[in-house]
Each structure stands twice: as structure tokens, then as C-alpha cells.
Ligand binder design. Structure first.
Ligand SMILES: [Fe+2]
Ligand SMILES: [Fe+2]
Length: 271
């Protein structure tokens, strides 16, 4: 299975660039399953339902969220009625929406996609390790599902690496989101799980993690809350990860980073 994961879509530039490029990316890389983190699509904060519909229409199979899940209130009823839009699974029981979904591809293959959120330098949610283990116990990789993708939305690389190693061999891909910076540690772990600490964002990199640099920097100088942060609106770099898996085992055979457009050095796997 060929899997595409794109990191946090930030603001209009991220949304428009991803929506415009996704059909071509899917075709060029012959993607079977596309998962996109969209927690910052709405002006940097949350995801509005119309933006989710645009990303689904462009070719996203599953959208994931994170600590900005609830910034747009309209998303709450939409989450409850849209199984392919995920919020992290380790929110307390009773939270609207779901943290995982089984997607059936056009050719009948099934894939599990899940979202979990870290706790180091983040909100204190339920344990993401135990919550993920409970979810994974319901499936057999390479048997009941052909692939499993886990978006681990977390701040600390240590927690992300620990999460990847914890589920090595049980998941096709553990990919981080949230930091908005692509890491260069993409690899196939010893047990066969593809891993990257962070896929990076889909947004303007002449910024502070996607927000206008002037306002964001002032906050660090003055240590006072300033005006509401605004998304930077220059050309967007699409950042993500490409993974190929063996359907018989569900394990990864290849992982390559993707950086297309905008300011970052460019890389696109050849398929
Ligand atoms: Fe984010
Ligand atoms: Fe986040």
C-alpha cells in the first residue's frame, strides 16, 4: 500500500496549496491512502467544516486534528457525524468524535488510521500509550487490516520516539505532527514500522511555525500576550511522508520525506 501523510495544514496558504496539489501528488505517487493533519487549517486555529469538505474533495481519505481540535466550535457536530475526521483518541470518554477509523479503499483493502496526542509539554490527557495499545489490540496488522497509520501529535521528540518504538512491528507508520518542523529521522524501525518524529507543516516557512513572524517574535521579547497571532500567507511548502508497505505483513518497505513548493529544500520520491 502506498501511503501519503501530510503534516499540519496552516491557514489559507496551506489549505489552498494542499487542495490544489493533492490530486496531482496522489496520481504521481500512486497513493492508496492519504491522511492529512488539518488542526491549523482555519487561520492557524482549528478546522471549519467547509475546509474539511474541501480537503476531502481534493483527495484526503482521513483528516486528523490535535490540541487545536476544538478551536472552531462548528467542528463539534461535524466531528460527530464524520467518521473520517479524527480527534486524538486519548481525550476523556464521552468526547465527541472518534480517535480512529477503518477505511476501506477503492480496491477493498482496509486500513486503520488513528490519532493520539502526547502529554509532555501538552495538555494532560489520558495516557496515549495505553489508549493506543487498547485500540491496536482490536486489530491484526496484515490480517484484519492491511495497514495501520498512527498520527502522534506531540511536542517532544523523546515522547515521539518512545511511542514509535513502543508500537514497532504493530503499526505500518508512526508519524509525528504538531511541531510544524520536518525532522530528518525518517526510518524503518527494526520491527518494520516506518517512523518520522514530525512530518512538518503545510504552510509558509517564512514564519514562526506558520504564524506571522513579527507578532510571534514580539511575544518572546515582551513576555506579554500580544495581538492574536495571524497566519503567514506567503508561498506554502507541502511537507509530508511517503510510505510503502507490504500488504502481506502490513509492515513498511520504504519511507521518504516530501517537501514541495515554498522555501524548504525540495524532495519528492520517485515511484
Ligand atoms: Fe499544528
Ligand atoms: Fe498541535
Amino acid at each position: 500500500m502506498r501511503i501519503l501523510f501530510l503534516g499540519d495544514v496552516v491557514g489559507r496558504t496551506g489549505r489552498d496549496t494542499v487542495a490544489a496539489a493533492l490530486p496531482d501528488l496522489r496520481a504521481r505517487l500512486r497513493i492508496d491512502l492519504a491522511v492529512i493533519n488539518a488542526e491549523n487549517a482555519s487561520h492557524g486555529f482549528g478546522l471549519a467544516p467547509d475546509m474539511a469538505r474541501t480537503l476531502f474533495a481534493a483527495g484526503a481519505d482521513v483528516l486528523t486534528l490535535g490540541n487545536h481540535s476544538w478551536d472552531r466550535k462548528e467542528i463539534v457536530p461535524y466531528l460527530a457525524e464524520t467518521p473520517r475526521l479524527l480527534r486524538p483518541l486519548n481525550y476523556p470518554p464521552g468526547t465527541p468524535g472518534a480517535g480512529s477509523v477503518v477505511v476501506t479503499l477503492a480496491d477493498g483493502r482496509r486500513a486503520l488510521v488513528l490519532s493520539a496526542m502526547g502529554r509532555l509539554f501538552m495538555d494532560p490527557l489520558d495516557c496515549p500509550f495505553r489508549s493506543t495499545a487498547v485500540e491496536l489490540a482490536k486489530y491484526r496488522l496484515g490480517a484484519s487490516v492491511a495497514a495501520i497509520v498512527a498520527d502522534f501529535h506531540a511536542e517532544a521528540t523523546s515522547e515521539k520516539m518512545a511511542f514509535g518504538h513502543s508500537f514497532d512491528g504493530q503499526v505500518s507508520l508512526v508519524v509525528g505532527s504538531h511541531t510544524h518542523c520536518p525532522s530528518a529521522d525518517h526510518q524503518i524501525l527494526p520491527g518494520g514500522t516506518a517512523f518520522q518524529s514530525d512530518a512538518g507543516m503545510c504552510g509558509d516557512y517564512d514564519s514562526v511555525i506558520g504564524m506571522r513572524k513579527e507578532g510571534a517574535a514580539t511575544r518572546f521579547w515582551r513576555k506579554m500576550p500580544g495581538d492574536r497571532l495571524q497566519p503567514a500567507e506567503g508561498p506554502s511548502t507541502i511537507c509530508g511522508t511517503f510510505v510503502e508497505t507490504d500488504d502481506a505483513t502490513g509492515l513498511a518497505t520504504r519511507i521518504e520525506p516530501i517537501r514541495q513548493g515554498g522555501r524548504l529544500s525540495q524532495t519528492l520520491p520517485s515511484v
